[in-house]
Design a protein around this ligand. Structure first.
Ligand code: HDD
Length: 755
């Protein structure tokens, strides 16, 4: 009884027996099967089995349960085994001829363990390698029923989903908050099969024809000789391509503006980019663009903040998404559509709907909400789910069809092709995360990693041996029933329509739609990015493109680069700005926002506790930041736990900062040395790390609050108490003002703006 291993085994056997497992109950055959045999994709419900596939696991070909593999999955089993289910007494020592002798080739366990480890990595995605994902549910409002017969868009239908967000350029281990476009891909496990909406956070694309995708990506990725810079567009090859290929300017100005550095995945819009064709149950068609609208509003970092985050917390977006979901602040987006008549010319108000570098301003075609996405569960295993998920813009359901957008056509080829190599064969649709929830009855057979045990002798059609089964669906309920849209009778050409030639009107529309502070950010971004290029010819060419967008933009960037500003070659078109484009000037819910509370032993802990409670009540997250880890008021009846210490906290983590005290200088000169220098507060009586937090939060236009006793800290940071977005008063009053400011995301009038 003193053997701990045996005790653990007995415990598991007892548990299984209590649950009435027949295998365990069999006399003389103790089972070590753990009580849980779920798939690694918990907490999602297990998928219903496909009718023509034997379950891949946990049964063997002879129908017996494979207890071993289930143990390995949950890591809850009592015994470590090999891949073949052999129990192991040791996995720490290679088999050797004596303790100091050579390792023996016959050690199969050693070879199996190392072989498997050697193959743990799979090729990363060629683009969108870095990502984070979550499970959720999509609930349809029914408002799309008039334009599409898609079953998952019928009123009240709830569809399980998996959404993966990503950066485009960086590799898998790159930082989250680089300036880049973000992917926003959603897999809907609908009753009619999988539907994927493979979207980005920018509504237009770099190029108009997929044949140029390798070019833009080669230009944006690190230079081929030194493989630098990582996850950056601020280098010569990127701007070389963009300046030579001005159809990219529209996309480029979107991500030079604040959209390129989102505050969170939770505060990003998503766009299906292409125009799609919708079909309703009467066979009527319309054209449509998809939009995801975050309930939390569109919100971005500021550039200095994004750069600090890259070093302080490279997993910032990944952590933010997972933490919010775990805390119950489930992020939400409304899906909306802009609908256009399906006319032969496929334009709307003169805008070519087949050109993926053009938007239709929302003022011309409102975004009509059709359903709500809620992300409510984190993946259980990054590799099994987030890494192995495979999206495809061609995964469509009846009621949603493609158009002749030349960018879309190439995508329809690319995704399957890349997944074939990335996931090691043609059967990746059988991976748990990719499995449809609809019954499968395909005639696809064999191939690498085939986990299905198909039955039947006639996987071909027509057949008589399997009774002619399976049958075809009629056109009414079948998928891939293409709309017989007319195809222009023409010659074969490698050519784009003339309407694709206007590369500057819409970038100008975007520019003029920004608020002054957003324009300043955009100028700074262009200046920074081009300033990192070496070749003057590239800078000059880009300035010529900027001149065609707006003279002020061009002049300011030219000033920053120390180069003359060229003039436009034509009269700039008059455009009507779109209010929907700016991120500034709206009010949003504050749910899920982070509020830092700085406190020390001298702080009034009742105030700190009250602040914590009220912040929680408001659906936000309080983070107590104290001089060290541990507890404040450890001897009191209600100590306050410090979530961060001055050594681990940095302003970038919070959306607002409230001072419940003005912590004095620490003794530890080493720990505070850098903060002293960075904050400039060399002689202040306040801990320089607090001063640093304050000056950063102030510069990044975050709301600041202080109880009267903490004023000294504001003084030390040189922040006037009457500066915009600074509240001094008792805890309640300060919190109320801070929350009010948070609803507008930042204290915008703190930025000095000239534009
Ligand atoms: Fe793409 C991945 C979005 C154009 C080729 N793309 C990928 C992902 C997103 C997008 C969100 C990541 C999916 C995931 O999380 O697994 N891509 C877009 C959008 C585009 C677009 C919105 C334009 C409207 N893509 C595009 C073109 C091509 C590709 C024109 C090729 C001709 N994209 C790919 C790919 C990827 C991919 C190489 C890499 C990994 C993968 O597919 O599975 O096939």
């Amino acid at each position: 009884e003193s053997n701990p291993l045996k005790a653990a085994v007995d415990k598991v056997v007892d548990m299984v027996t209590e649950e009435g497992d027949p295998a365990a109950a069999a006399p003389g055959r103790p089972s070590v099967r753990p009580p849980q045999l779920e798939e690694p994709t918990r907490p999602r419900e297990p998928l219903p089995p496909k009718p023509d596939q034997g379950k891949p696991e946990p049964y063997t070909a002879t129908g017996r349960p494979t207890g071993g593999s289930a143990e390995a999955r949950s890591q809850g089993g009592a015994h470590l085994t090999t891949a073949q289910g052999l129990r192991l007494p040791d996995s720490d020592h290679s088999l050797k001829a004596g303790p100091r002798g050579p390792v023996l080739l016959q050690d199969h366990h050693l070879r199996e363990k190392i072989m498997h480890f050697d193959h743990e990595r799979i090729p990363e995605r060629v683009v969108h390698a870095r990502g984070a994902a979550a499970h959720g549910v999509f609930k349809a409002y029914g408002t799309a029923e008039t334009v599409t017969k898609a079953a998952f868009l019928r009123k009240g239908v709830e569809t399980p989903v998996f959404t993966r967000f990503s950066t485009v350029v960086g590799s898998r281990g790159s930082a989250d908050t680089v300036r880049d476009t973000r992917g926003f891909a959603t897999k809907f496990y609908t009753s009619e099969g999988v539907y994927d909406l493979v979207a980005n956070n920018i509504p237009v694309f770099f190029i108009q024809d997929a044949i140029k995708f390798p070019d833009i990506i080669h230009a944006a990725k690190p230079h081929p000789d030194r493989e630098i810079p990582q996850a950056q567009s601020a280098h010569d090859t990127f701007w070389d391509f963009v300046s030579l290929h001005t159809e990219a300017m529209h996309h480029t100005i979107w991500f030079m503006a604040d959209r390129g550095i989102p505050r969170s995945y939770r505060t990003m819009e998503g766009f299906g980019v292409h125009t799609w064709r919708l079909v309703n149950d009467r066979g009527e068609t319309s054209l449509a663009k998809f939009h995801w609208k975050p309930k939390a509003g569109v919100h971005s970092l500021v550039w200095e903040e994004a750069q600090i985050v890259n070093g302080v917390d490279p997993d910032f977006h990944r952590r933010d998404l997972a933490d919010a979901i775990e805390a119950g602040a489930h992020p939400e987006w409304e899906l909306g559509i802009q609908v256009f008549p399906d006319t032969p010319e496929q334009t709307f108000e003169g805008i070519d709907l087949l050109d993926p570098t053009k938007i239709v301003p929302e003022e011309l075609a409102p975004v009509q909400p059709i359903g709500l996405l809620t992300l409510n569960a984190n993946p259980s295993n990054y590799f099994a789910e987030t890494e192995q998920v495979a999206f495809h813009p061609g995964h469509l359901v009846p009621g949603i069809d493609v158009t002749d957008d030349p960018l879309l056509a190439g995508r329809l080829f690319s995704y399957l092709d890349t997944q074939l190599i990335r996931l090691g064969g043609p059967n990746f649709g059988q991976l748990p995360i990719n499995r449809t929830h609809a019954p499968v009855n395909d005639m696809l057979r064999d191939g690498m990693h085939q986990t299905a045990v198909h039955t039947g002798v006639a996987p071909y059609k027509p057949n008589s041996l399997d009774g002619g089964c399976p049958f075809f669906a009629g056109n009414e309920e079948g998928g891939y029933v293409e709309v017989p849209a007319p195809v222009e009778a023409s010659r074969k050409v490698r050519q784009a329509p003339e309407s694709f030639d206007d590369h500057f009107t819409q970038p100008r529309l975007f520019w003029l739609s920004l608020s002054p502070v957003e324009r300043e950010h955009t100028i700074a971004a262009f200046t920074f990015e081009l300033g990192r290029c070496y070749e003057d010819a590239i800078k000059e060419r880009t300035l010529r493109a900027l001149a065609e967008i707006d003279p002020y933009l061009c002049e300011k960037v030219a000033d920053g680069l120390g180069l003359p500003a060229p003039r436009a070659t034509r009269e700039l078109p008059s455009v009507t700005p779109s209010a929907a484009i700016s991120q500034v000037g709206k009010e949003w819910p504050v749910k899920g926002r982070m509020v830092g509370i700085v406190a020390d032993e001298n702080s009034d802990l009742d105030t700190v506790r009250a602040l914590q409670g009220k912040i929680f009540e408001g659906g936000m997250v309080p983070i107590v930041i104290a001089p060290t880890g541990g507890k404040l008021g450890a001897d009191s009846s209600e100590p306050v736990t410090a979530q961060r210490s001055f050594a681990t906290a940095r302003s970038i983590e919070v959306d607002a900062l409230i001072l419940a005290g003005a912590p004095g200088k620490g003794e530890d000169a080493y720990a505070t040395r850098d903060a002293k220098a960075w904050s400039g507060a060399v002689d202040a009586p306040v801990d320089p790390r607090v001063v640093l937090m304050l000056t950063e939060a102030y510069r990044h236009a975050k709301p600041l609050g202080a109880v009267p006793a903490a004023r000294q800290a504001l003084d030390a940071a040189g922040i006037p108490v009457d500066a915009p977005g600074v509240a001094v008063g008792d805890g309640d009053a300060v919190l109320a003002q801070v929350v009010d400011l948070l609803g507008r995301h930042r204290v915008w009038d703190r930025f000095p703006v000239q534009a």
